[in-house]
Ligand binder design. Sequence first.
Ligand code: URP
Ligand code: ZN
Ligand code: ZN
Length: 446
Amino acid sequence: MKKTLFANGTIVHADGVKSQDILIRGEQIISIGKNLESNADTQIIDCKNKLIFPGIIDPHTHMGIPIKGGFSADDFETGTRSALNGGVTTIIDFTILDNDQTLQESMYERHRLAEVSHSDYALHCNITRFSPSLLREIPKLIAHGIISFKVFTTYKEAGMMLTYEQITEVAKVIAEHNGILMVHAEDDAEITSALVPLMAENHVEPFYHGLSRPDSAEELAVKRLVAIAKETGCKIYIVHLNSEKGLNAAKKQQSIFIETCPHYLLLDDSVYKRKDGRMFVASPPLRKPSDSEALWEGIINGDIHTLGTDHCPFCTADKKEGIPFQNIPNGMGGVETLFPVMLAQWIVRDLPLPRLVELMSVAPATIFGLHPRKGEIAVGSDADLMVVDPKNITSSWKGKLVSVTDWNAYTEFPAIFPEQVWLRGERINAKEFTRDQKSGKFIHCN
Ligand code: URP
Ligand code: ZN
Ligand code: ZN
């Protein structure tokens, strides 16, 4: 079987940065250490002056989901091509529960759509309707390698919301089977109270999107979820947490895991006043600079566990100029820029690189049951690697992205793209992928 030696590099592990070689055979890492020996037939990758990172896991993507009468711009093929170009070797996406479908039917349907994936993928299961028969399916999904179940405390108008009482019932079943509950945490009633007066005054510009979904909505929902975690013993993962109030309610609480996204760290609600303000409409909305600062603090001190993108991109034509904010398809892209932009921030802010690996590889792999196969550079793990020149900060974004969309939120930010991306022992050239070249596998969580 083919062997490859990554020689003379510096590996970024979650527990430190080490000068070590990596030997891989086939799809896996078989040895790590100093001055590893190679045979005549071993391919050698010289990594002198380069950092080697484990492949990134994006635990929150939405490939081709229906929103406000259209679909997010990436399907699994284009989205996972972008993912790999930016160093994301595994995405975790969500099933979509259509009317009358069972959870298992929704899972099979999502598998069918994900067959074209280039990166590896795992799935979370959306529960956007409440019924005892759906709850009875939870252990079946877990047996199929789907251990995380997502509910929404909002999107009532889209028919996706569960009440806190229903969420408690879901949490009990998930806890019994040792799964994990994920929640989009914004209190729907609180949003309605903010939205109604804005509508009455005909405030329809993108800036009002932020005001219509106040931070108090996140805080209220998080407090209810903390109580549900205590009552049921269920692990609860709060997706895209974005406010200081929400963070204060969630941090250091029993069984609560917190994800935030690059856009909440790097952007604030002033962008809604820009000419392209509509492009930043995502739910929850961008907040104040003080919220971003609180999130950075949580990123650095460990109160926040993971970084996900909530990748849900749209083209400029999809978010039509001038339409009322409530009708703008909500979501932003991010899977391709996740690692390049965050690594550049890490370097600019002089933060410890192991923490980045913890947030973007080890923690999502561990929380969602992909570890030790994914998330770490370790013997026996999949050879999902990136070779990175930390000095290679982009001066221009031109030609960097393979995304099918025509808009990127981060053009004003520096980025460091990986020079090489390897997925299960194969070097990836995302720029040359064709649609029928599916290199991704479904990865069971357990
Ligand atoms: O606006 C967003 N985030 N769209 C994707 C769906 C969701 O709520 O995560
Ligand atoms: Zn959400
Ligand atoms: Zn999402």
